[in-house]
Design a protein around this ligand. Structure first.
Ligand code: HEM
Length: 498
């Protein structure tokens, strides 16, 4: 009896000591953390903080300029909301990949809520609902799954391939209408996710202001956008539901998901899940069309501005593919120059210069600096793509930077590692996008010369469109080019394929 109580006493004392030691270490760590400096940044003004330092135009290059003055991570605070701009690849990998468990949240976007965009899982926080959507999406777009779409890429243009994969839509005229809906959706998404675009993000209580109130333009925008965003997830999906009812729906993502409704077994889903399927297909559609389209626009621009590289890629295609057929995915490993060109397109033009903002769920310590919980993390991937140490002469377009002795050089930092974002939030459509872009580049260059337009006197015109950095999605302003068949034989190949 005595022995038992002695053991009890010893055990309880040991437990108390352990708890006390843990408590003391926690308090010490808390103290250390709160005594740690915030990352450097422009001096904040009372109350408004760095409101006037937040760029609303030319956003990524301006943030990069600020970082050049302060360091590779910079702290800004506006009305108490912490924002950390990450300017270097190494800092982004450490914060957004290695600590992705604590840095994969999204900042609250009041405009997304007002415009009814909350269904898009790209703006959803790090929640079970986000996990579920991502899982469903992954089923159709993981590296192995995207192989099933190779024949679609072979048949379709860039925006068309996504339409076909998601909704089985392949009527040319119709497709343009659907692509226009998706592109408009992406445009609105870009507006809503551009940091600093709307005052209501800083003062969420403004969300209650009625639309007729003077200055409440954001309410009127949100109202107009609600309808357009609803169209994104319903117009094409309704078409598939209707086709299924008539027994003539083509195989596609929407069809495969809807087939599960009401079925027994492990994959049994209820009618309510239809909404989930609409959301996940809707995001593939809106996130997939404009991004890949913008990348291809940049490719055409690069071909006009840097014609020598075009000729080198064509020489490789002539040698590997030959004159009698179009390139396909079986040529991929033999086309080093074309692969390097794809990497250079992805690097040279950053489609989403600040990726999509992440947020921290827990406070972080980085190189002795304190990043508070709830901070917005902006990864300036445009700056990473223009890092002159990783990519000497970063503004020039040079696929050669990724090659050594005619083969891809693994020692050069791969832009695919950051242009698609980071960690648990990394773009889940990247394999699909890269397949689509590879085949597009190879096919276009195999068959056509891309040339600048000619003036009235017949001389080539200079093409130098402004690159727009004012919204979340960066794109070159529209420009003209001539697409000329390389030979009658090559032209015939295209006609045979359609
Ligand atoms: C050139 C083409 C593309 C680029 C450059 C691109 C880039 C990105 C980036 C930077 C992010 C943010 C990642 C982060 O938060 O760290 C993202 C997210 C996303 N992308 Fe893409 N993307 C492209 C094509 C696509 C395609 C084709 C699809 C669909 C088929 C797609 C679907 C998504 C989705 C659903 C998200 C949200 C992921 C999440 O929040 O968990 N993307 N993309």
């Amino acid at each position: 009896m005595l022995a038992t109580s002695l053991v009890d006493i010893i055990l309880s004392t040991a437990c108390l000591l352990v708890v006390a030691a843990l408590g003391a270490s926690l308090v010490r760590r808390r103290k250390e953390a709160s005594s740690m400096r915030l990352p450097p940044g422009p001096r904040p003004l009372p109350l408004i903080g760095n409101l006037f330092d937040m760029p609303t135009k030319n956003v990524a290059p301006t943030f990069h300029q600020i970082c050049r003055n302060y360091g590779d991570i910079v702290y800004l605070s506006v009305f108490g909301q912490s924002t950390v701009v990450i300017d270097s690849y190494d800092a982004a990998v450490e914060l957004l990949e290695q600590r992705s468990l604590q840095t994969s949240d999204r900042p609250r976007l009041v405009m997304a809520e007002l415009a009814g965009l909350a269904w898009e899982f790209s703006v959803e926080g790090y929640t079970p609902a986000w996990r579920r959507s991502r899982r469903t999406f992954h089923e159709f777009f993981h590296q192995g799954a995207v192989r099933q779409y190779h024949s679609t890429h072979q048949r379709e243009t860039v925006g068309g391939a996504v339409m076909d994969t998601v909704y089985g839509i392949d009527v040319v005229d119709d497709k343009n209408r659907y692509v226009a809906i998706a592109r408009r959706g992406a445009e609105i998404f870009g507006e809503i996710t551009t940091p600093g675009r709307f005052l209501v993000e800083l003062f969420p209580s403004l969300a209650g202001v009625p639309a007729w109130f003077p200055g409440a333009q954001f309410q009127r925008d949100a109202k107009a956008w609600t309808q357009e965003l609803l169209a994104v997830k319903s117009v094409a999906f309704d078409k598939v539901v209707d086709q299924m009812a008539r027994g003539c729906a083509p195989r596609c993502m929407a069809h495969d998901l809807m087939e599960r409704v009401g079925k027994g077994g492990e994959q049994d889903v209820s009618k309510e899940d239809e909404e989930h399927f609409r959301d996940v297909t809707g995001i593939a559609y809106v996130a997939g069309v404009d991004t890949t389209y913008t990348l291809m626009t940049a490719f055409f621009l690069a071909m006009i501005k840097f014609p020598d590289h075009q000729r080198r890629a064509q020489a490789e295609l002539d040698a590997v593919v030959g004159p009698d057929r179009l390139p396909d995915f079986s040529d991929r490993d033999s086309l080093s120059y074309v692969n390097a060109m794809l990497k250079e397109c992805v690097r040279w033009h950053t489609v989403l210069p600040l990726a999509i903002p992440h947020a921290t769920t827990h406070g972080q310590e980085y190189n002795g600096l304190r990043i508070p919980a709830g901070s917005v993390l902006l990864a300036n991937v445009w700056a990473m793509a223009h890092d002159p140490v990783a990519y000497p002469n970063p503004d020039s377009f040079s696929p050669e930077r990724f090659l050594k002795d005619g083969q891809l050089d693994g020692s050069v930092r791969d832009p695919l590692k950051f242009q698609f974002g980071f960690g648990r939030r990394i773009c889940p459509g990247r394999h699909y996008a890269l397949d689509s872009a590879f085949l597009m580049i190879a096919s276009v260059l195999h068959v056509f010369d891309i040339k600048p337009p000619v003036g009235q006197d017949g001389t080539p015109m200079k093409v130098d469109p402004h690159i727009n950095f004012d919204s979340a999605l960066s794109h070159p302003d529209s420009f003209q080019c001539r697409i000329v068949p390389r030979s009658p034989g090559k032209e015939a190949l295209v006609r045979q394929a359609h």
